[in-house]
Design a protein around this ligand. Sequence first.
Ligand code: NAD
Length: 540
Amino acid sequence: MSQGYFEIRRPANEPGRVYSAGSAARESLKKELERQSSIQVDIPVIIGGKEYFTEEVVNCVMPHNHQHVLATCHNASKDELMLAMDEAEKAKKDWENMPWEHRASIFLKAADLLAGPYRDLVNAATMLGQSKVAFQAEIDSACELADFLRFNVYNAQEIYKEQPASTGTVWNRNSYRPLEGVVVAVSPFNFTSIGGNLPVAPAVMGNTVIWKPSSTAVLSNYYVMKILEEAGLPAGVINFVPSHGSDVNRYVLTDPRLAGFHFTGSTAVFQQVWETVGKNISKYHSYPRLVGETGGKDFIFAHPTADVDALVSALVRGAFEYQGQKCSAASRAYIPASLWETVKEKMLAKIADIKVGDVAEFDTFMGAVIDRASYDNIASYVKYAEESEDAEILCGSMDDSVGYFVYPTVILAKTKDFKTMKEEIFGPVLTVYVYEDEDLDATLEACDQGSPYALTGAIFAKDRSAIIKMEQALTHAAGNFYINDKPTGAVVGQQPFGGSRASGTNDKAGSKLNLYRWVSCRVIKENFVSDTAITYPYMD
Ligand code: NAD
C-alpha cells in the first residue's frame, strides 16, 4: 500500500471441470495421467530455494497399485530441519517488509498458474499419489487450493482495513505484524489443498514457514511448492521438508524460534505436539500459536420426516466418497425405525452399483485407502464388529492384492455407544444405529455426547419444528452443520471449515478467523499535538 490502496475484489470460487466423456478436459487429464504413470520423479528437500537430495529415500506409490512407484522422496534429517529454521529466519525481514501488493501478487499468480497451465499436473498427481477419482481431485487440488490462495489474500486485505477509532488530535493505527520467529506447517495426506494452505496462510500474513508434507501426499505437494516458486515466492519463505513427524516434533517444535504451528491431521498427533510445546513453554521467545484441525466422527441424523432419497444420497456420498478419508466423512448415522427398512434397501442397492478400483478409469467411484497402515487399521475395526454380538455387518469386503481396496462397509450397531459409533476409523466404514421414533430426544443426546469429536454433522427432516429442535440439541456437536445435505464438501468462502472439542481449535481454514492467528497486532497511537501539562483541571 506504499503508493495507493490497491483493491483486491472478492474472489469467485474456482469453477470445477466436470470431465464428461469426450470433453477436451478429460482427454488432457488422461494424457497427464499416462505421462505421470510412466515416469519416476525424484523429490528433493527445498530449503532457502536450494534443493537437497539427502540420503534417506522413500518410495511414493499408487495406493490402488502399490507396486507402482511414482516417485522417490528425500527426507530431511535433523541437520536439514535446523537449516530450514535458519533459512526461514533469514528470509523473514525482507518478506515481512515486501510491499503488501507484491506479496499478494505472488499468491494470486500461483492460483492462476494452478487453475490454468498446471491444473492437470497437480490433479493427476493427486489422483495417482493419493488415489482420488477425477472429480475428487478437481474439487481439492484445483478448486479448493486456488480458492485458498485467492481468499487468503482477499481476507488479509480485509483484516488490514480494520482500524480503530481516532479522536481529536490522535491517529490510532493497527499494524498487523507477522509473528516473531518461524511458523511450522505440518499437513495431512488427504487434501492437496490443505497441504498448500497450511504454509500459505501464515506466509500471506508475512510469516516465513517450514512445511512438512505428509509422506503419502508428497508428490502433489511437491508440485504445489514448485508452482509457488514459479509464482515468485522468494527463497526461504516456505521451506519444503519431507521428514519424519517425530523429528519435527523433537527438533523443530522445541526450537525457541517456534512462533506458531499450523496443523491438520489426527487428534493424537496434535495432542502430542501440544504436550511438547507445553513442556518447553519457558524456552520460546513468545507463546507459539497452536492451530490444529483434527479428527472427526461425523454424523447424519435422520428424523422420521426425512426425505428418504436425499438421505440415502447423503449417506452414500457422505460416507464413501474418497473412501471415507475426508475428515468430514459421515461415519455414524442415526436412522428412525419407521424409515430404516426403506433406507436400508435403497442404500444397499446404491452401494452395490459402486465401482471401486483404478482412479484413472473414469467410471470408478472409489479408489484405494492411502496405505498399509490405514488398511490394517480399518481391518481391525471390521474384525471387531464381525466378532461382536452388538453389531452386524450389512456389506463390505477388503482386498489388498493389487491396491489397498476397502469396499463400502456398513455396520449395523445394536447399541448407540458401540465402538465404531465413537472412534474415528478414517475409511469407508459407516455405522448405523436405528432408534425407535419415540426415542428422538435420548438419541439426539447420544449423538451429541457419543463421541469426543465435533467436526461435521447433518440432519435430515422436512418438519420445521424438528429441524429447530435438532439444530438446538446439537449446537456444540459440529463446527460445520448441515440441514438436508451431506456433511462433506465445504467450500472456501461459503462454509468456512473446522470443528471444536477433540476436532481442533476451530480456526476456520480459508477465513479471516484463521489469518488472525498469524499476526500479532501492534497498536500505534500518534498524537499530533502532544500534551505539555502535568496536572489535571480537577486539581485546580
Ligand atoms: P496424521 O496425524 O497421521 O499425520 C498428519 C501429519 O502429521 C503428517 O504430515 C505426519 O507425518 C505428521 N506427524 C506424524 N506424527 C507427528 C509428530 N509426532 N509430530 C509432528 N508431526 C507428526 O494424519 P493423516 O493420516 O495424514 O490425516 C488423517 C487425519 O487428519 C484424520 O484424523 C482426519 O480427521 C484429519 N483431518 C482433519 C481435517 C480437519 O479439517 N479437521 C482435515 C483433513 C484431515
